[in-house]
Every structure is written in structure tokens, then in C-alpha cells.
Design a protein around this ligand. Structure first.
Ligand code: HEM
Ligand code: SF4
Ligand code: SF4
Length: 505
């Protein structure tokens, strides 16, 4: 069931990913920057919100008038800012949704990786509370609908004894104090929680990507400005508690569940929202599973070079004072609570080289479930008869399934970053294969840095790098953004086959 849902999510993201890669390139592909784009939209909302704040009046009569003034008389700036505020908030909902689908599709939330997922759930609530309270403040007919329906929802919470919906029965009951409270929540209270929540969400990750690329930010801002100039955010008639608005134009990004309050009941909507949140919260353990064994340090082979600590995407390796009396100053220590068993640290370790004697192939750090020694044995077995192309593919990937199904010589790794460059050197210099295909994730590796570090190591920009004697052109690093289309890897395989023919002729 889980595999089916994840496959569905991959199929949903696959075609837009390929299209966006074709138009923006892999580096600037918005689908590779969903978390950081969400933060960028928060910035746009904040800056445009500050402008609106200068003109907004927090009173029953002043609220609508001040927004009306911005929308009609200061349309060139205030109106633009208001539309920008609205559209950036809507875009935030879209990137948030896609971010959740993407992390789910690539298993980045399971077991040990539960923390970012679980801390993301309150962020969904905060974003929606901010959106709803924002609509309330405008005090037009939509705000009236939002206020009354929200009050019905709030009244269903047993802790509140005073019925809030009663405030909206007669205009005389609605006070300016109430508007000041809403404005405080929307402008100060909720944003503070959101900033803290985002910090908590990413603080355990090493080098979290907080900003999208500059080009992506500029392009996104221009698109939002064009949208704001072409379709100014609508403002409906002023709220009038004496009559029930006949038609309200809902913002479906934020208010899609509001009609359900009338159709079902506030209690049923609460059950749905809490049920969904609860389901999301326990998702990392559904079904329960056993986390793979964490990376293990072998002090006899660790020289304290720190490379594993620098490359680990989850800050799971710390350097500590030497405990075994060897002449080195430091040693690597793995925090088993943080280690997600990606193997990227092994790819960084200078002692992980297959040129060592078989009995001595124990690097400074290794994965017990798929050790360097096992990997070399697999390579030796697969290439008993030297092959033309040898592929290394990440476990769990569609590429690996295609390679196995079509009987292509391939070696399974946890992540492309698990392979130290001496392994490629070993395969090519010993003539075990003519070309190597490394099938990693796209620009947004499921273990965050696996593809990036591999690419840099192959380009000799990051240690341990590929030795000069190895022709880097004989190693192809493929992106698996075509993971839903086996055609991608099939055509790459043909290209490599042809390249070997050309090398020979
Ligand atoms: C305002 C809302 C959110 C923002 C701004 C945000 C931002 C981010 C950022 C910047 C990252 C780090 C990306 C990287 O450097 O690799 C990230 C990772 C992640 N987020 Fe979010 N996020 C939000 C909501 C959510 C939600 C609602 C969920 C799921 C329920 C979620 C799940 C995750 C997961 C699973 C990771 C990856 C952790 C890993 O690689 O192990 N996020 N998010
Ligand atoms: S296996 Fe991955 S998470 Fe664990 S220590 Fe190594 S790089 Fe870090
Ligand atoms: S990369 Fe290897 S040798 Fe260097 S500190 Fe880590 S385990 Fe030790």
C-alpha cells in the first residue's frame, strides 16, 4: 500500500519535474527547491505585509475602508502589495503541498527521519491560521463568511465557554478590541511561531537550503508581480452583519474546507482535520519498520581527517578527542539517533579504497548492512566477465529495477554518495568495465547531498577526488528525475554503448 502511494506520488511529480527541468535546467528547477521556495514566499508575504500594515486600521469601520483605499486609490503600490501578499500566500500553499508530496514520495520522512516531517505538521496549521486570519481582517463579505464559519468551528472547542459566533449576530456586539486582537495574531503572534517552527524544522539538518537560487527567486518574484498587475486581488462588498452575503468568492487555496462546515458540521470538520493531522504525524511509523544499521567507526582505520563529519547531511558525525592513544588528535563518533544510514560518510573516507587487500578492506567508517568489502565482492562477481558498461544504482530506485529486469550488469548502493571515487578507478583501471553509469537522484537527492558530493568528487572539486589517471569522461552521473520513465535510463544505456563503439573505432 505504502509503495503504491509513493509510486503514485512519483508519477504525479515526474512529468512536471521533467518539463520544469527542460525549461529551467536542473539547478533552477522549482521542484528541487520546494522547502526554500516556501521560505521565499514567506519573505514576500512579510515584506508586502509590512507595507499594508502602514495603512491598515484595526477597527470595525476602519479595516475595510483602509483596504478599499489601498485597492482603489493606491492601486499602483498598495494595491500591488496587497495582490502580491495574496498571491505569495497562495503560492506558499502550493509549494507546501508539493513539498509534502515530494518528501513522502522519496521516503524522506520514515523512521529516523521523522523529525523534519513531524515538525512540518504544526507549520501547516500555522500557515492556514495565518491565511484565515488574514481574510478575516479585510472585513468584506468574504471576511464575514470566514469570521462566522471560523467562529462556529472555534465554538466547538470545549475549552471556550463564551460563544464566539454570538459576536457576529449583531453589529453592535462586534468591538474594535476584537479586531486589534485579530491583527495582533495575524501580524505578530502567528508569524513569530512560524519563524520558530521553520527554525525547528531544519535545525537538525546540516547546511539546510534556506534560499532558492537567485535566478529562481528573481523569476518567481517577476511572475508574482506580473500576476498582481494583471489580476489585482479581488475585494468584495463591505461586510454587513445585518444581511447574509449571497455569493462569496472563496480562495480555494486556504478555504477549501470551509463549505464543509455548513454541509457537514463543525464537529465533523474538526474530526477530519485532526484525523488527517494525526495520520500525518504517525506516518513515519506506518507500517512500523526497522531502521537499517547505522554507520560504524573503526578506530584502527580512522585518521581523524573530518571528511565524514563535513559530508554527512544529517550532522550525525562529530569529531571527538582521540580515545585510543593513537597519534591523531581526533576521531569520528556517530550519533545513532541522527544517522539515517545513507553511507555518504563512507564515500568521503580516504581509507575506503578497494585497492587495499581484501582482508584489510575495513574503512574508518562503514555501513554494516552494505559494507565496502561487500561492495567490492559484488563488483568482482558482476564483472567476472568484463562488461562494457557497469551501472551503480541507488537502492529503491526505478533505475535499479529497470537495470535488473533487463539483465544489465549493475551494483546496488544505498546512495550514489556512498561510492568513493577509488571504486570507479578500481573498475576502470582493472579493465572490469569500459564505462561506468552512476545513477543518482536528481538535483534534489533523497539523502540531500549524495549526488552533489559525487559530482564534485568526480570533477575533482571535493575530497576524496577522482585521480587524474582516470578519464572522467568514462563515468556518467545520471539523474533519476526520469524515475517514472524507464525510457530515460534505457536511452542513456544505448548512448554509453555507442560511445564505447566510437572509442574503439
Ligand atoms: C512553511 C512550511 C515549510 C517550510 C518553509 C519547509 C522548509 C524546509 C526546508 C528549507 C527543508 C530543508 C531542505 C534541504 O535543505 O534539504 C525542509 C526539509 C524537509 N521538510 Fe519541510 N518545510 C515546510 C513544511 C513541511 C511539512 C508540512 C512537511 C511534512 C509534513 C515537511 C517535511 C520535510 C521533510 C521530510 C524534509 C526533509 C528532511 C530530510 O531530508 O531528511 N516540511 N523543509
Ligand atoms: S550514514 Fe549518512 S547519516 Fe549516517 S553518519 Fe554516514 S553520512 Fe551521516
Ligand atoms: S573520513 Fe574516515 S578517516 Fe576521516 S575522520 Fe571520518 S572515519 Fe576517520
Amino acid at each position: 500500500m505504502l509503495a503504491l502511494l509513493q509510486n503514485l506520488a512519483r508519477r504525479l511529480l515526474g512529468p512536471p519535474h521533467r518539463y520544469l527541468r527542460w525549461s529551467f535546467s536542473e539547478q533552477h528547477n522549482p521542484l528541487n527547491h520546494l522547502g526554500s521556495l516556501s521560505i521565499f514566499f514567506c519573505w514576500v508575504v512579510l515584506v508586502s505585509g509590512i507595507w499594508l500594515l502602514f495603512f491598515f486600521r484595526t477597527s470595525v469601520t476602519g479595516a475595510f475602508e483602509s483596504v478599499h483605499y489601498l485597492a482603489t486609490e493606491q492601486w499602483y503600490l498598495g494595491g500591488m502589495m496587497r495582490s502580491l501578499h495574496r498571491y505569495a500566500s497562495d503560492a506558499l500553499v502550493v509549494t507546501l503541498f508539493l513539498h509534502i508530496v515530494k518528501e513522502f514520495s522519496r521516503n524522506a520522512y520514515r523512521l529516523k527521519r521523522w523529525f523534519s516531517w513531524a515538525t512540518g505538521i504544526p507549520l501547516i496549521w500555522l500557515v492556514f491560521l495565518l491565511g484565515v486570519s488574514g481574510y478575516w481582517l479585510v472585513w468584506d463579505e468574504l471576511a464575514q463568511y470566514v469570521a462566522i464559519t471560523s467562529a462556529e468551528l472555534i465554538d466547538r472547542i470545549p475549552v471556550f465557554t463564551d460563544k464566539m459566533a454570538a459576536n457576529f449576530l449583531r453589529p453592535s456586539l462586534l468591538s474594535d478590541r476584537f479586531f486589534t486582537l485579530m491583527a495582533f495574531l495575524h501580524l505578530i503572534g502567528l508569524p513569530i511561531f512560524l519563524v520558530f517552527g521553520i527554525w525547528l524544522h531544519v535545525f537538525k539538518l546540516s547546511r539546510p537550503r534556506i534560499n532558492p537560487t537567485r535566478r529562481l527567486m528573481a523569476g518567481t518574484l517577476i511572475a508574482l508581480l506580473l500576476l498582481a498587475a494583471t489580476f489585482p486581488a479581488p475585494l468584495q462588498e463591505k461586510a454587513d452583519l445585518a444581511r447574509v452575503p449571497q455569493v462569496v468568492q472563496l480562495d480555494w487555496f486556504y478555504l477549501h474546507f470551509y463549505p464543509l462546515v455548513d454541509r457537514w458540521s463543525p464537529g465533523a470538520v474538526w474530526s477530519l482535520l485532526l484525523g488527517l493531522s494525526g495520520l500525518l504525524f504517525v506516518a513515519p511509523w506506518l507500517p512500523p519498520g526497522k531502521a537499517p544499521a547505522v554507520a560504524v567507526v573503526d578506530l584502527d582505520n580512522c585518521n581523524g581527517c573530518q571528511r565524514c563529519a563535513e559530508d554527512c547531511p544529517y550532522d550525525a558525525v562529530q569529531m571527538a578527542a582521540r580515545s585510543d592513544g593513537k597519534r591523531y588528535q581526533q576521531e569520528a563518533v556517530v550519533d545513532p539517533e541522527l544517522c539515517v544510514s545513507c553511507g555518504i560518510c563512507v564515500g568521503a573516507c580516504p581509507t575506503a579504497t578497494p585497492f587495499r587487500r581484501k582482508s584489510a578492506l575495513v574503512p574508518g567508517i562503514d555501513l554494516p548492512d552494505l559494507s565496502m568489502r561487500q561492495l567490492r565482492e559484488t563488483i568482482d562477481n558482476v564483472t567476472e566477465i568484463p562488461t562494457r558498461v557497469l551501472a551503480f544504482a541507488c537502492s529503491d530506485s526505478a533505475e535499479l529495477r529497470w537495470l535488473k529486469k533487463n539483465g544489465k550488469p549493475c551494483v546496488e548502493v544505498t546512495c550514489a554518495g556512498q561510492l568513493p571515487p577509488p571504486f570507479f578507478d578500481y573498475v576502470l583501471s582493472k579493465g572490469l568495465a569500459r564505462r561506468i553509469l552512476v545513477s543518482g537522484c536528481d538535483g534534489d537527492c533523497r539523502f540531500r547531498f549524495g549526488s552533489r558530493w559525487t559530482e564534485m568528487r568526480l570533477r575533482r572539486e571535493r575530497d576524496p577526488h577522482l585521480r587524474r589517471r582516470v578519464g572522467a569522461h568514462r563515468i556518467t552521473l545520471a539523474s533519476s528525475s526520469d524515475s517514472t520513465s524507464p525510457a530515460g535510463i534505457a536511452s542513456l544505456w544505448r548512448e554509453l554503448d555507442n560511445a564505447i563503439d566510437e572509442d574503439e573505432s
